[in-house]
Design a protein around this ligand. Structure first.
Ligand SMILES: [Zn+2]
Length: 478
């Protein structure tokens, strides 16, 4: 029988606020354990939460970027459960009245466009962290660091709309890129700023009813997401084919062995004894503020891609690469504006610049070559002041020094030789040194001109203007 996977993702994203969601403690990463804490985020009795406006603003931006409808009224709720790193004994989350609903993310897999529904976006606080290793007595004890406790999160729940691990991969990619564009989070998976759980089931193709799902946790990289889904899908198919039935449970992915294993039976919502958070008033988003946030939204990647193709004539692949991050897209647009040549700017950003950045381990945001300087270089090539070959030599020097191309041309004496007297001397020397080829050219073998131009370039150490040199050679020989 042919089976079809059904996948939905729950993604937790840490919002990039300076302070926590319900207190003024800093959210910074890497502080000594249990130093960024106060009575509120330690869950001490009597401490009262106060909602961080900046966190709400970022959550609203994320919701808008995911095409969700932001609710004028939503409500926080307590989700009760015990964890050693959750001193309150509950998480402050949202339950039946989330911040936003009914959104979508568009993806393309193997050339086929698909729209993946976003069920809801809700806000919540993060728990602390249990540390099980790295200490002398870690074989006997676990340690708790509460610095993360109270860090603002949003949870983005998708519809069960994905039908393959590739679609899940594409959805998470688009989601991450979009959230980075609106700058609501770094989405750094290694630091846990973006965490992904997947609900997976399989059903015979053509059947409408969903199969029993398992929730797979701990998918903290794109690679693990795909591996874990592929493993889980084939595990469930094997169970069904051998006449068994899938158990509803929470499973953990172990990347070391590439398998998922059972962690606990799946809890239902009622197990958490949700009830409205009595220490916080319902959250109201007024229309004027919402409009203000909306008007400050940047252009999102999907729209930017389409514009790059339509306005600049870029290939789809190039538009994809150049919208991978907001910083890259902004650099490209600035270089295009400075040079007036989008295609050259695209080639240089994706080629030479990316190569040098990678080699230096730097991000485009701190590229030593500014977009304006790259634009200037491209302009000099277009005007015939520099050959492409010289430009390729100058560029690494711009990268190493941060100088403008004009400054490097000046100090290195690299200016292209296109003024006729200097060029004429070189051309005359080349003609005198190659009588055989000159004879062949005059005898009608036109392609020999390429050899002679090559000799001129060589004699000028690459500084001759190819077009001018060709023209002058033809004149003199013809
Ligand atoms: Zn605090």
């Amino acid at each position: 029988m042919d089976y079809e996977p059904v996948i939905g993702l729950e993604v937790h994203v840490q919002l990039s606020t300076n302070t926590k969601i319900f207190c003024g403690c800093p959210t910074g990463f890497g502080a000594p354990p249990n130093t960024n804490v106060c009575p509120v985020c330690l869950g001490l009795p009597g401490a009262l939460p106060v909602l961080n406006r900046a966190a709400v603003e970022l959550a609203v931006k994320a919701s808008l970027a995911l095409n969700c409808e932001v609710k004028p009224h939503s409500r926080f709720a307590r989700k009760n459960y015990f964890y050693p790193d959750l001193p309150k004994g509950y998480q402050i989350s949202q339950y039946d009245e989330p911040l936003a609903e009914h959104g979508f993310v568009d993806i393309v897999v193997d050339g086929t466009p698909r729209r993946i529904g976003v069920t809801r976006v809700h806000m919540e606080d993060d728990a602390g962290k249990s540390i099980h290793d790295g200490f002398k007595d870690s074989d006997r004890y676990s340690y708790v660091d509460l610095n993360r406790s109270g860090t603002p999160l949003i949870e983005i729940v998708s519809e069960p709309d994905m039908r393959s691990s590739d679609e899940a991969f594409a959805y998470l990619t688009e989601l991450k890129q979009t959230l980075q564009f609106v700058e609501i989070s770094t989405c750094d998976m290694e630091k846990g700023h973006l965490r992904c759980d997947a609900n997976v089931s399989v059903r015979p193709r053509g059947q409408e009813k969903f199969g029993t799902k398992a929730e797979v946790k701990n998918l903290n990289s794109f690679r693990f997401l795909k591996q874990a889904l592929d493993y889980e899908i084939s595990r469930q198919i094997k169970i069904l084919e051998s006449g068994g039935s899938v158990v509803q449970e929470t499973r953990l992915y172990n990347p070391d062995v590439g398998e998922t294993f059972s962690m606990r039976s799946k809890e239902d919502a009622h197990d958490y004894r949700y009830f409205p958070e009595p220490d916080l008033t319902p959250l109201s988003i007024d229309a004027a503020w919402l409009a203000q946030v909306q008007s400050a939204m940047p252009e999102l990647p999907a729209r930017k891609r389409a514009r790059f193709i339509a306005a600049f004539g870029l290939r789809e692949y190039d538009a994809d690469v150049l919208t991978q991050s907001r910083a890259v897209s902004e650099y490209f647009e600035a270089a295009t504006a400075a040079s007036g040549d989008a295609k050259s700017a695209a080639n240089w950003v994706m080629g030479d610049l990316t190569a040098l950045l990678n080699a230096a381990g730097r991000e485009i945001g701190d590229s030593p070559v500014s977009a304006e300087n790259l634009g200037e270089l491209l302009k000099m090539v277009a005007k015939g002041e520099l050959s492409r070959k010289l430009a390729k030599e100058i560029f690494p020097k711009m990268f190493a020094t941060g100088q403008s191309p004009a400054a490097i041309v000046e100090t290195e004496g690299l200016k292209q030789i296109s003024d006729s007297s200097a060029l004429e001397t070189i051309v005359d020397t080349v003609i005198a040194a190659n009588p055989k080829q000159v004879e062949q050219f005059r005898g009608g073998k036109a392609t020999v001109i390429n050899f002679l131009v090559g000799q001129v370039m060589k004699a000028s150490r690459g500084q001759a203007d190819v077009a001018a040199a060709t023209e002058l050679l033809k004149q003199k020989l013809g």
